[in-house]
Write a protein that binds this ligand. Structure first.
Ligand code: UTP
Length: 233
């Protein structure tokens, strides 16, 4: 039997200003209906997390764990919405949102789809997806987000940033930095804590533009896809 697939969906993919998001979620459901085997989906907090964390910060809350818990709550709300839509589409989805990776692994033993959000303070949902991929022996952890590639530098501030189609985990670590959880709601292309976990466990990763459903479909099917492949090394 094939090992489960693991897909991280950046919370930005669900944000209100993203046009066509209803169509996007429906096409995700259709895509999953055509998939063989099981899949673990880890949903990020996106705008909901950022706004809630900023609201708490603005009120003087500076405790990192407390701010992280607020972010986790937002990821779980987003995960609940995705889970419900996938259930409504007829997929065999584990009921509820697992609060840790071990429960998600159990869920995948009995269901085709498990949807979860964050688990505990100190990292982001990228790390949750990477941990889940390690536990279920997924061939690669797919990270769908709102950028098409990992870039040589931050394309938001450097117009000379170059897209990278293929790289190693060590090269990725040179870009994202050491495994430190800097601040709640902080955004790196991939959580450096997750990158370290992937290095420690020889797990290949991929980053792709989740707004392009065809790319998610190709990556899930194991076909060549537009995006960045990150290999062990
Ligand atoms: P996200 O996973 O959405 O992280 O979790 P992000 O990098 O800020 O956002 P994207 O990937 O660009 O969409 C939101 C916040 O929730 C907390 C962290 O503070 C994170 O920044 N969080 C999330 C945790 O503390 N633990 C978790 O397991 C997940």
């Amino acid at each position: 039997m094939a090992y489960p697939l693991v897909l991280a969906l950046g919370g930005s993919l669900l944000r209100p200003e993203e046009s066509e998001r209803h169509a996007w979620i429906s096409s995700l459901a259709n895509l999953l209906l055509g998939c063989e085997g099981s899949i673990g989906i880890v949903v990020g907090g996106g705008a909901a997390a950022r706004e809630a964390i900023e609201l708490a910060r603005g009120r003087g809350e500076n405790d990192l764990d407390t701010l992280d818990e607020i972010g986790i709550a937002a990821t779980r709300v987003n995960a609940s919405i995705v889970s419900q839509i996938l259930q409504d589409a007829g997929l065999d989805v584990f009921a509820g949102i697992p609060s840790d990776v071990a429960s998600a692994v159990q869920g995948l033993e009995a269901h085709s789809v498990v949807v979860m959000g964050g688990t505990r303070p100190g990292h982001t949902t990228d790390n949750v997806a990477i941990r889940l991929a390690i536990e279920v022996k997924a061939a690669r952890c797919l990270i769908a987000t709102n950028v098409a590639y990992v870039y040589s530098s931050d394309p938001r501030v450097d117009s000379g940033a170059l897209p990278i189609e293929s790289m190693t985990l060590s090269e990725l670590q040179n870009i994202v930095g050491p495994p430190v959880h800097g601040k709640a709601g902080g955004s790196s292309v991939i959580d450096p804590i997750g990158v370290q976990a992937a290095i420690d466990n020889n797990l290949p990763l991929a980053v792709l533009d989740g707004r392009e459903m065809e790319r998610i479909g190709d990556a899930l099917a194991g076909k060549p896809f537009d995006g960045t492949r990150i290999e062990v090394g």
